[in-house]
Design a protein around this ligand. Structure first.
Ligand code: HEM
Length: 208
């Protein structure tokens, strides 16, 4: 299929070609909010911040479910960015922070955020095979990934000057900063000794 017919079928698929752009913007904003909530539930799980009202396994399940949803929205966000012919963004610009034909610096920030997120997702899927300390160090790169994604959104986003978008984006930034501060200043819960019939073990409730 040549480029022209590929574009035509895309238009047939989505009606107005601007729909790709709307989808890209909407998915970007949903993604940013989702990643914020994922971080909050991650911190709640690791620091047992739910005040005992929300069982830890519930916050952990919500954390995981929303993380998968975020990956789906990330897929939608980058696919619509690449398919939208108004902006010159190629597939490799999704992971290589260089050479985008449109707003190269801001798209590069997006690519770095994607790379960090891919590391976090893959190491989470392989968690059983990675020593706890290394896994946690890798997982904490979400606190680097999030501000990089935020800068990308502010630089690349059409809505960055929209007051509603700005309020949401600043509220998300405050939430993530508060979650990070809480994570670093609240001590990890003390390991709970677990009696086993064969040997004495300890379970670290803050290990996730
Ligand atoms: C974790 C990674 C990323 C996050 C959280 C993210 C999030 C966002 C957000 C919130 C916006 C603002 C949307 C708006 O204006 O309403 C945006 C804009 C945009 N993003 Fe991303 N993004 C990420 C990665 C990427 C990547 C890798 C690409 C391209 C390869 C990309 C392409 C775009 C484009 C083209 C826009 C501008 C849309 C417009 O015209 O307003 N993003 N992104």
């Amino acid at each position: 299929m040549n480029r022209t017919s590929a574009v035509v079928s895309r238009i047939e698929l989505l009606g107005d070609p601007k729909n790709l752009w709307y989808l890209n913007r909407a998915s970007g904003l949903v993604l940013l909010v989702l990643l914020t909530v994922v971080i909050v539930f991650g911190v709640m799980t690791s620091r047992k911040a739910a005040g005992g009202k929300l069982p830890r396994f519930v916050s952990n399940e919500v954390h995981r479910f929303l993380a998968f949803a975020a990956v789906a929205f990330l897929g939608l966000h980058v696919t619509t960015a690449v398919l939208d012919d108004f902006v010159q963004i190629d597939w490799w610009n999704v992971v290589i922070p260089w050479g985008s034909g449109w707003k190269p610096l801001w798209i590069a920030f997006g690519a770095v955020a994607v790379d960090l997120l891919v590391v976090v997702v893959i190491t989470s899927l392989l968690r059983d095979r990675i020593p706890e300390r290394q896994w946690r160090a890798l997982h904490l790169t979400v606190f680097l990934m999030w501000p990089i994604a935020w800068i990308h959104a502010l630089g690349a986003g059409t809505d960055a000057k929209n007051p509603i978008y700005l309020v949401i984006s600043v509220l998300c930034a405050i939430t993530v900063a508060a979650a990070a501060a809480y994570r670093w200043f609240k001590p990890a819960p003390t390991p709970i000794p677990v009696q086993s019939t064969t040997r004495r073990q300890t379970v670290d409730p803050g290990s996730r």
